[in-house]
Ligand binder design. Structure first.
Ligand code: ADP
Length: 488
């Protein structure tokens, strides 16, 4: 199969979250199965090409937006891990900025994000033709590239080069729609019918909604866990798009993300202080001691270390944590948090660090190496999300022998089972209610069990044996890709 991946992130070149991790692994897994892959990314200022030879690609393509012509600066790299071709689409005007989606100075989305991703998507489509790579389908991701399925069936549909290219759209997080003011619709240069109230594919309560149109126009839609695929068809989780998703339910699939165990395994991870293995867990203790030393926290063997790595957003359950933060820290525990996000949670964490100097550290930044170190050093990983499309850190935690405490939603429900269930073969502590007391009870259960060292070690090993590798996920995508090519 010839496949084009178009996305706004790809780890390790550029990543702000799980989307980047997926694009760092799925194309590679599909290439291993013998498919012909090309991947397209915006060339942001902060995209890290230091490990790669970068090759400019001559092109006269200009993208017209709002009657202005914007030239492309195209570079190509052969991705080091597998020699896959990655095209970096640059623009002095649109991508030579400090942030990906928001301005770090103001913390607000760039006001022309619609234009930036119209530019990117049109550039991908133009470039496919210029390099004469006609894929069997384009696999688009989230609102940033959701316009590809739309353009393929509208604007570009009459051109024989594009007319039978199919499309898949993966929703990594339904909360982000790519929603813009109605007057911005003209930037798309599509028929006004598509913005008609109630019937227009883009129309969403008077605004322009890129994701909604992508859902309507793509041949298949996937999301990143089975549970989330069901949840997003309900009012509670559908973010207003539940009706549209229900209408497409026969073409909507939940495929759990995989873990790239080359990057996230304690036995191979060179970002942690020392590697360790299920057969000899002494290295895990070393990691804990080293991290506590680095962060100048006292070493207290009896106190479990709770780790959190997350965006500091309501989605990740920070409102629950805020309500009972003092109750958590009054237990015999230590807490290390790595993350950035909403100001109120930055303030909360700064105040907790001051109030509990020997128990709490708040690292308010994005630091990949520190994320690995926290996974390796922690005893418990807390992830009480309000909704969670897939979630990766709970799966990383299992591999690192770090017991996850999670809420029973989305991918968390699909990957972690409660300790008490399945004849004590569960892998973590799971609570159901969207409620801080329920979360606190789950944390207390974890803290109590931690005191029973032998049971705890056995429990860690059950999780460490779980396999969420990409090969399983890639097989599922492969089947879906084949269905797409054969059945539509
Ligand atoms: P989401 O994509 O919703 O943010 P996921 O759990 O799917 O959540 O993926 C988050 C990814 O981003 C994980 O690889 C996690 O380790 C990483 N991550 C999140 N916050 C940070 C941070 N502050 N520093 C380093 N890595 C982070």
């Amino acid at each position: 199969m010839k496949i084009c991946y178009a996305a706004s992130e790809m780890a390790p070149l550029i990543k702000t979250g799980g989307l980047g991790d997926v694009l760092g692994a799925l194309p590679e897994a599909m290439q291993k199965q013998g498919n012909d892959i090309k991947l397209f990314l915006p060339h942001y200022k902060s995209l890290d090409t230091s490990d790669h030879k970068i090759k400019p690609v001559a092109s006269n393509i200009k993208i017209k937006i709002n009657d202005q012509n914007y030239p492309l600066k195209i570079n190509k790299i052969r991705y080091k891990k597998n020699n896959m071709e990655v095209y970096l689409i640059g623009s002095d005007y649109y991508f030579n900025r400090d942030g990906l989606y928001l301005d770090p100075e103001t913390g607000k989305d760039y006001s022309d994000n619609d234009e930036r991703f119209i530019f990117f998507v049109r550039a991908v489509l133009a470039l496919l033709k210029e390099i004469d790579f006609k894929p069997d389908f384009v696999h688009a991701h989230d609102w940033q590239t959701a316009l590809i399925p739309v353009f393929l069936k509208t604007d570009y549909g009459n051109d024989p080069f594009y007319s039978n290219i199919k499309s898949i759209l993966t929703i990594h997080n339904l909360a982000f729609h790519g929603e813009f003011k109605p007057e911005r619709f003209k930037l798309l240069e599509l028929s006004d019918k598509l913005m008609m109230p109630a019937t227009g594919a883009f129309e969403f309560y008077g605004k322009v909604n890129f994701l909604k149109a992508g859902i309507i126009y793509s041949d298949y839609i996937t999301t990143v866990s089975k549970r989330y695929a069901d949840e997003i068809q309900t009012k509670e989780f559908g973010c207003g798009l539940e009706g549209v998703l229900k209408e497409r339910k026969d073409d909507l699939y939940g495929i759990l993300n995989g873990v790239d165990y080359k990057i996230w395994s304690p036995s191979r991870d060179h970002k942690i202080y020392t590697t360790y293995h299920i057969a000899n867990l002494s290295g895990k203790r070393t990691n804990k001691i080293e991290l506590l030393n680095e962060l100048q926290l006292p070493i207290r063997d009896a106190a479990p270390l709770i780790g959190i790595i997350s965006r500091l957003e309501d989605q990740k359950g920070w409102n629950l944590i805020k309500e009972v933060a003092d109750d958590i820290l009054s237990m015999n525990v230590q807490l290390i948090v790595l993350g950035t996000g909403q100001k109120e949670y930055h303030e909360l964490l700064e105040s907790l660090e001051k109030k509990y100097p020997d128990k709490c550290r708040a690292l308010l930044e994005f630091d990949d190496q520190m994320a690995h170190r926290i996974e390796a050093a922690s005893d418990i990983f807390l992830m009480p999300s309000i909704f969670e499309p897939c979630g990766l850190n709970q799966m990383y935690s299992l591999k690192y022998g770090t017991i996850p405490v999670v809420r029973e939603v989305g991918g968390l429900a699909d990957t972690v089972t409660d300790y008490g269930s399945d004849n004590c073969h569960g892998t973590g502590f799971v609570f159901k209610e969207k409620d801080s007391k329920a979360m606190l009870t789950a944390i207390k259960r974890a803290v109590d069990l931690f005191a029973r060292k032998r049971t705890w070690t056995k429990f860690m090993k059950v999780g460490m044996k779980k396999d969420f590798s990409w090969s399983r996920t890639a097989k599922k995508y492969s089947k879906l890709y084949n269905n797409l090519l054969n059945s539509k």
